[in-house]
Structures are given as structure tokens and as C-alpha cells.
Write a protein that binds this ligand. Structure first.
Ligand code: ADP
Ligand code: MG
Length: 375
């Protein structure tokens, strides 16, 4: 088992820099998820760790040794891709055994390793089948099995569940989580799906345009996003952003106002806030509820989506903002109506003109807790 350290890691294709100086520590046994929009550099960074792409500058260490110039084979990693890339004419058994057979491992050792992996993945009954006789989820499990038999120091996954249907993704997500617990191995997992990131990760690394926007536990990112990008990326439905003007800033917080909101004290540290400056108030849909909250505003209902247990309501305010609220499943509301909504300023986030979040005074205790990382 091994941890990793990236120091100012960069990647250029010609003159274009796509990975722009990444510093990151991955602890031994940690499950780290790289998440970000398509094209932000997740796969490139993972492939650099795997040794499939050259590192333009900076250093990458695995288990304490610099591996920049080592081939993928010498790095002690195994990678699982979105496309399973199985050999169609080989059985499940031989697909998993192939790498060890190439390395001329003893047959008894190969057999033991393949059977152990098949046991972990509940595939013992599928070993004689060909890939065409398997479902998508089973094929992806074979690809994961092929990684397990190599007994790597570090598992790398690039969007391994993206080809599966929604229900199967949820099942496989739970299985991957369990696999991580069972093996205790270091895992780095790439996805564009923030729900996968939230549910799987010990640590999430949010990337945008080749830059780390924030790294932290899922709940740290949810409760304490450091900028507007992370705030908008983590959480579903997305956080609402309401343009406001700063009326007053002091040690007790920042008072804001807008066409829709009366003067409201937000309990955040003023940062560089000055009276008259523009800012953006962030409030998550799950924190926007009925008109009985400390801060209220009105809006015309534009959209009602009934999920059963919850109702997603989108309103347009007189001031031109669109606000999404996550209300009770039984809420009686129709498009075209005027609705009074409200929130608690303690749940609000405030972003200065640069997009940086001002520090919140009242973070829930759970946001300070760190998730389990293997000893
Ligand atoms: N071989 C390449 N040559 C030039 N540009 C590339 C190459 N591979 C990837 N890129 C660029 O690098 C950026 C990051 O790509 P990628 O790592 O695949 O993103 P992601 O996996 O986050 O969707 C993209 O802008 C992409 O066009
Ligand atoms: Mg990719």
C-alpha cells in the first residue's frame, strides 16, 4: 500500500497548459475523487499518475519514491477505464488471468489470485463466460477484477460507471465503497458526477481548467465551499446565487440588500468587503423554505417538479433572480402563483466580487469532522 504526493505537477500539449501546477497529498489507503466538468483535466491528471502521459514538470511520488520516469508497470498501479476493454474471445477467468500469464506467474498462484478476486466481486459463477454473455455491470466487475489480481499499491479509476444505467450505477457505487473498505487500498477515482464524488470519497478534489479549486471532505465542500465554482458544483439542485449589494460590513457580519431582500445580516467575516460593493449571496435550495423564516422574499412560480417526497419549485423574483426551493412533497403550489419563500441567514454563503467565499461563522460540527482515512 502507498500514498502519493504531487508537487507542482504540470502538463503541456504544445503551448497549451492543461494541468496548471497541482499540489496534492493522497494518504495511504485514502479514497480520493477528482471531480470537475468535462475537459477540466481529470483524465489527463490520472493518466499522468498512471504513467500513460508524460509529466511536463513537477514531481510525482508514490510510496515515497519519485516515479516521474518509471513506466506504468513499475509504478505499482492498476487502472480501470470507462470502456471495459475486455478480450471478447477470452473467458472471464482468462481476462483476469491474462496479465499474470504474460508475466509467467505460476499457474497455482494465478488460480488463487483470480479466484480471490472473483470471490470479492461475487463472480465465481461467471468465470467460464465470455464478455458477450455478461451484463454491463458484470463486465465492469471483470475489469475491476483484472485490477485486483495485480494487487496494486494504488487503484486508478476513470469514470468506471459512466456506461451503466442509473440503477446499476447506484449498486456499483456501493460495491466500490465496500471494495475499498475490504482491500484498504489507496484509490483515485475520476468522475464528473458530484453525487458519486460525495458518496465515495474520503477526500474530494474539485478541478476546473487544470487547477485545484478546493480539496476536502465531502461535507467540508458542501458546508464550506471556498469559492463560487465549488459552491455551484457541489450539491444538487445547485446552490442559488442572488446578486446583492453590501450595505455595511463589520465584525458582526456583513449586511446586504437587494431589490428582493430587505437589509439582511449574513454571519460571515467581511473579508475585503466594503459598503457599496457588489456581492453574491448563495443559498442552497434545501435551505429555502416557506415564508416563516427570518428572511423572506416573493417570486412568481415558473416551474414545479414533483419528486414525491419533495417538490422542486423555481420562482422568478421581481429583482430578476431565479431561485430554486426544495419544498415538501405535499406543497400545494402551481405555476403562475406568487409565493413567499424564506431562509435563515446562518445557512447563507456570501461571495465577494472575485468569487471568493467569506468565512462563515456558524459551520455545523459535522463539517469539521474528517472522514475515515485508513491508518
Ligand atoms: N493529446 C492531447 N493533445 C492536446 N490536448 C489534449 C490532449 N488530451 C487532452 N487534451 C486537452 O486537455 C484538456 C483536458 O482533457 P481531459 O483530461 O480529457 O479532461 P476530462 O477528463 O476532465 O474531461 C482538454 O481541453 C483536452 O482537449
Ligand atoms: Mg475524462
Amino acid at each position: 500500500m502507498a500514498g502519493l504526493a504531487l508537487k507542482d505537477v504540470r502538463k503541456q500539449y504544445g503551448k497549451v497548459e492543461v494541468i496548471k501546477g497541482i499540489d496534492l497529498d493522497v494518504a495511504d489507503g485514502e479514497f480520493v475523487v477528482f471531480v470537475g466538468p468535462s475537459g477540466c483535466g481529470k483524465s489527463t491528471l490520472l493518466r499522468m499518475i498512471a504513467g500513460l502521459e508524460e509529466i511536463s514538470s513537477g514531481t510525482l511520488s508514490i510510496g515515497g519514491r519519485v516515479v516521474n520516469d518509471l513506466s506504468p508497470k513499475e509504478r505499482g498501479i492498476a487502472m480501470v477505464f470507462q470502456s471495459y476493454a475486455l478480450y471478447p474471445h477470452k473467458t472471464v477467468y482468462d481476462n483476469m488471468a491474462f496479465g499474470l500469464q504474460l508475466a509467467k506467474a505460476p499457474t497455482s498462484e494465478i488460480d488463487a489470485k483470480v479466484k480471490r478476486a472473483a470471490g470479492i466481486l461475487h463472480m465465481e459463477h461467471l468465470l467460464d463466460r465470455k464478455p458477450s454473455q455478461l451484463s454491463g455491470g458484470q463486465r465492469q466487475r471483470v475489469a475491476i477484477g483484472r485490477a485486483i489480481v495485480r494487487n496494486p499499491e494504488v487503484f486508478l479509476f476513470d469514470e468506471p460507471l459512466s456506461n451503466l444505467d442509473a440503477a446499476l450505477r447506484v449498486t456499483m457505487r456501493a460495491e466500490l465503497s465496500k471494495l475499498h473498505r475490504d482491500l484498504g487500498a489507496t484509490m483515485i477515482y475520476v468522475t464528473h458526477d458530484q453525487v458519486e464524488a460525495m458518496t465515495l470519497a474520503d477526500k474530494i478534489v474539485v478541478l476546473e481548467a487544470g487547477v485545484v479549486q478546493q480539496a476536502g471532505t465531502p461535507l467540508q465542500l458542501y458546508h464550506n465551499p471556498q469559492n463560487r465554482f465549488v459552491a455551484g458544483f457541489i450539491g444538487s439542485p445547485k446552490m442559488n446565487f442572488i446578486p446583492v449589494e453590501i450595505a455595511e460590513a463589520g465584525s458582526g457580519g456583513v449586511t446586504v440588500a437587494s431589490a428582493d431582500l430587505a437589509r439582511t445580516l449574513i454571519p460571515v467575516a467581511p473579508d475585503a468587503a466594503v459598503a457599496g460593493a457588489k456581492a453574491v449571496l448563495g443559498i442552497r435550495p434545501e435551505h429555502v423554505t416557506g415564508g416563516d423564516r427570518p428572511v423572506t422574499f416573493k417570486g412568481r412560480v415558473e416551474l414545479v417538479e414533483r419528486l414525491g417526497h419533495q417538490t422542486v419549485v423555481e420562482v422568478a423574483t421581481a429583482g430578476g433572480a431565479t431561485v430554486t426551493a426544495l419544498l415538501d412533497g405535499t406543497t400545494l403550489v402551481r405555476p403562475g402563483e406568487t409565493l413567499t419563500l424564506g431562509f435563515d441567514p446562518a445557512d447563507a454563503h456570501l461571495f465577494g466580487e472575485s468569487g471568493r467565499a467569506m468565512e462563515r461563522f456558524h459551520l455545523p460540527e459535522i463539517a469539521r469532522m474528517t472522514r475515515r482515512t485508513a491508518a
